[in-house]
Write a protein that binds this ligand. Structure first.
Ligand SMILES: [Zn+2]
Length: 458
């Protein structure tokens, strides 16, 4: 398994730029590591266990060195003399791992498309506009406490560019796992080819549109070639496309897509409503079912046995999407089948995902409130957005908890989210990879992370 190609490069670059001076110290050698001592009133180091505190999270560079009881100083933390050290005062705060959203679309949101429509523009976001949007919306996701997000389908290469700029330290934003264009069949949900260019091979490849196993293998390989971290496939119709909710792929097509992605070490997320399509995808080895509203009992059994994750995206349907045509049918179906409640009760792993982009970026946190409203405990909802998402992404060795050796991705709130998840609406502090992005409720950096004239990291 090709373990998330994003990680090693991202970490190397963070380490390179963290010292700030591109030329390096006199005499050569790596710049001394920076330390941070995060004094936390309470810390939920491992979601699912009990919070502890007071405690000090000792951060060296981009990683957590250890979590020590009490508020300790640099000497007690073992910081070498002369090393840069910052003490972060969160003694009145509740600290938890950075949140993760398994389902966002960074290239747009309703406010943008609505403004365009009101101006009378074509209701199409150009790739250039999408890239600017993605910079802004990625930053907003980070400000909302999401240190890692998965972009599940953006119809151009804009989000690849934004991911790369964030990894290179050029702009601030969450870690992004990018799917590129969703793989879809002609006329299916996710077929974004213009009606008169549906047969153009170049247009089809760029859009991820394919028919037949071989063409679908090529479509997956093309997104991999562009740098995809994950593959998204739309196996049924959806509310946004008026193509119904039934299966749109033959078994050999879904099997070819999943096998090709797995061959390249990429996980596959399936947009799926119909229970038949869900089960076909699970039997073919899909990693996550997105939405999954019509999930039946057999599907639940199969998912539990295979360890397939459900990404419920309750936020997208409840309340209804505000873009295009508001769709009460989506809410009615969700409430009729209660797939989330039934899957949770059965022990199917639930990975937090919202479909932000079909609603305002930064409002992702409302998913927590919906999960709790539909019967999940706050502790399980937070675990779903940290430990479980990390497992789904395959990054559990690096993220999801605040333990020695993990990336220093952490957030703080004023109040106990285990008692009331709505306190997550007000994120006071964000640290990503050991760097403070938000403090006292205010984002700390301008859009440009590097000093003017600094060379791009390699
Ligand atoms: Zn989506």
């Amino acid at each position: 398994m090709n373990k998330w190609r994003l990680l090693p490069a991202a970490f190397t670059l963070v380490a390179t730029t963290a010292g700030a001076q591109p030329a390096g110290p006199p005499g050569g050698g790596a710049p001394p590591p920076r330390y941070a001592l995060v004094h936390a009133g309470q810390v939920l180091a491992v979601p699912g266990r009990r919070p502890e505190g007071p405690a000090t999270i000792v951060v060296k560079g981009d990683r957590i060195e250890r979590v020590a009881p009490g508020f300790i100083d640099a000497a007690a933390a073992g910081v070498p003399a002369g090393a840069a050290v910052e003490v972060v005062d969160l003694r009145q705060r509740f600290v938890l791992p950075g949140l993760m959203d398994a389902h966002v679309h960074l290239r747009s949101e309703p406010s943008f498309s609505r403004r365009r429509t009101e101006r009378g523009d074509r209701n199409t976001t150009t790739p250039a506009e999408a890239a600017v949007n993605a910079v802004i919306y990625a930053r907003r996701n980070l400000a909302a406490g999401f240190t890692t997000v998965r972009d599940l389908g953006s119809d151009d290469q804009s989000v690849f560019a934004v991911r790369n700029a964030i990894n290179a330290g050029r702009i601030v934003g969450p870690r992004i796992l990018v799917a590129g264009s969703a793989i879809a069949v002609t006329g299916g949900h996710g077929d974004g080819t213009p009606w008169d260019q549906t047969a153009d091979p170049a247009v089809r490849l760029a859009d991820g549109t394919c028919d037949g196993a071989d063409a679908c293998r090529a479509a997956v390989r093309y997104q991999y070639k562009l740098g995809a971290d994950v593959i998204k496939v739309t196996t049924t119709g959806g509310f946004g496309s008026n193509t119904g909710l039934e299966p749109q792929l033959f078994k050999d097509e879904i099997e070819a897509i999943i096998a090709t992605a797995h061959l390249n070490g990429l996980k596959v997320a399936a947009h799926a409503y119909s229970p038949v399509a869900i089960k076909d995808a699970v039997r073919a080895g899909i990693d996550s079912i997105e939405h999954g509203f019509l999930l039946d009992d057999e599907g639940i059994t199969l998912m539990k046995k295979a360890g397939t994750f459900l990404v419920p995206t309750l936020s997208a349907s409840y309340p209804p999407p505000v873009f295009r045509v508001p769709n009460p049918e989506s809410v009615a179906l969700r409430n009729q089948y209660r797939a989330f409640e039934r899957a949770y009760a059965a022990g199917v792993p639930i990975a937090f995902g919202t479909d932000a982009g079909t609603f305002t970026h930064g409002d992702n946190v409302k998913e927590f409130e919906l999960m709790v409203r539909f019967g999940m405990t706050p502790a399980d909802a937070i675990r779903s957005a940290t430990v479980t998402t990390a497992q789904l992404f395959g990054i559990e060795a690096d993220a999801g908890t605040l333990e020695a050796g993990k990336l220093a991705d952490l957030i703080a709130v004023d109040g106990d989210p285990l008692a009331d998840v709505s306190v997550l609406r007000r994120i006071d502090f964000v640290m990503k990879s050991g760097r403070v992005a938000k403090r006292g409720g205010v984002m700390q950096d301008s859009l440009d992370y590097l000093p003017p004239g600094a060379p791009f990291p390699p």
